[in-house]
Ligand binder design. Structure first.
Ligand code: PLP
Length: 399
């Protein structure tokens, strides 16, 4: 939505401040020529120029594409930021943040991050002479202690993957800024509907659009949002130079997803809350990691910085690896698969799937045990989800 449009709708009394309104309208007004409600998929690699060097806002689709602009503006609005950048994947977005750094720089990273992020940092960028310290980011003293004069970036996720720990964004932003470092928050699990890190002091928000923002398990994408024009320019330089940009159809699909983000997240959160409560009382379950539970150690911080607790949870079974592998293989409504955030429920075993790239000793230290199972709770009927899990638990563990 342009600034003028924003004003006009405001004058008409409609609440454009409402997240749900922006989810549907921000980034695109109906096409003035055709009235098209959705942005066309501008399948054009290049754009005609009126004279050499005089384009109409677009010259080449790696650099910019109108469908991508619609998505980037939509995402910036949802995160409450000024500038959005879309990428070919979440990892491409994360890589672009790392491109801000120079050899010799140091990064403090929350320990319980997505396995692919851990792999990129340690197996790609350590070779470029960047140094990473992995710390328990729920422990502010540990974050403070890890900062050095070379620290340029602090990288966190909250809720974390897969242990659903809650990091206090505002407190970590203060520590990062005291050390003249940037704070980047991977907001994939919460989504901007439930949590807007820029409002809590983060400098950059990162997303895997593949998850809740796309929402239908049919597209891979990533995004970065910031409020800082200089930072955005540097991110844009890398976006164009490296070229890991999404094609316009991918952008169209994500835009279709963001329109329904609020209603989906409400149902994801409701289903996850009910499953977490049921599993918490289950005799075969040793523990449930869900920030919506009063007993969760990060519950109060989550309640303060999130609007609801989301659709992800993980469950600790006191059972052998074999028994747990049977549980995750036996579900029928929950599909055994990596990824998360689609309308359908998924189940996975972090130690052998999403987090297999994290060395075993580090996994154990982080708490990713062989008994841990992660659920991406979808939008199906809650009774079907409960019955499905109960049957699979009985098949694997009994009880
Ligand atoms: N961040 C988080 C929290 C993720 O779970 C993932 C993927 O699972 C990524 C980033 C990477 O995103 P992508 O798979 O779109 O590259």
């Amino acid at each position: 939505m342009t600034d003028d449009e924003f004003e006009r709708v405001n004058e008409d009394g409609a609440s454009v401040d409402d997240f749900a309104t922006r989810a549907i309208h921000a980034g695109w007004d109906p096409d003035p020529e055709t009235g098209a409600i959705m942005p066309p998929v501008y399948a054009s690699s290049t754009f005609a120029q009126d004279a050499p060097g005089e384009d109409r806002g677009y010259e080449y689709s790696r650099t910019g594409n109108p469908t991508r602009t619609a998505l980037e503006d939509n995402l910036a609005s949802l995160e409450g930021g000024e500038y959005g950048r879309a990428f070919a994947s979440g990892m491409a977005a994360i890589n672009t943040v790392l491109n801000l750094l120079e050899s010799g720089d140091h990064v403090v990273v929350g320990r319980d991050v997505y396995g692919g992020t851990h792999r990129l940092f340690t197996q790609v960028y350590e070779d470029y002479d960047l140094e990473f310290s992995f710390v328990d980011a729920t422990d502010l003293k540990a974050v403070e202690a890890a900062m050095t004069s070379a620290t340029e970036l602090v990288w966190i996720e909250t809720p974390t993957n897969p242990l659903m720990q809650i990091v206090d964004i505002e407190a970590v932003a203060d520590v990062a800024h005291d050390g003249d470092a940037l704070l980047a928050v991977d907001n994939t699990f919460a989504t901007p509907y439930l949590q807007r890190p820029l409002a809590h002091g983060a400098d950059i928000v990162a997303h895997s659009l593949t998850k809740y923002l796309g929402g239908h398990s049919d597209v891979v994408g990533g995004a970065l949002v910031t409020d800082d024009p200089d930072l955005d320019e540097r991110l844009g330089f890398s976006q164009n130079s490296v070229g890991a940009t999404p094609d316009p159809f991918a952008c169209f699909l994500v835009l279709r997803g963001t329109k329904t983000l609020p209603v989906r997240m409400d149902r994801h959160s409701e289903n996850a809350r009910r499953l977490a409560a049921w599993l918490d009382d289950h005799p075969a379950v040793e523990g449930v990691h869900y920030p919506g539970l009063d007993s969760h150690p990060g519950h109060d911080i989550a309640a303060a910085q999130m609007d609801d607790f989301g659709g992800m949870l993980s469950v600790e079974f006191d059972a052998t690896l074999e028994a747990v592998r049977t549980v995750v293989s036996e579900t029928e409504v929950f599909t055994l698969a990596e990824s998360l955030g689609g309308v359908e429920s998924l189940i996975e075993h972090p130690a052998t799937m999403t987090h297999a790239a994290v060395p075993a000793a580090e996994r154990r230290e982080t708490g990713i045990t062989d008994g841990l199972v992660r659920l991406s709770v979808g939008l199906e009927g809650i009774d079907d989800l409960r019955t499905d899990l109960q049957r699979a638990i009985e098949a694997g563990i009994g009880g």
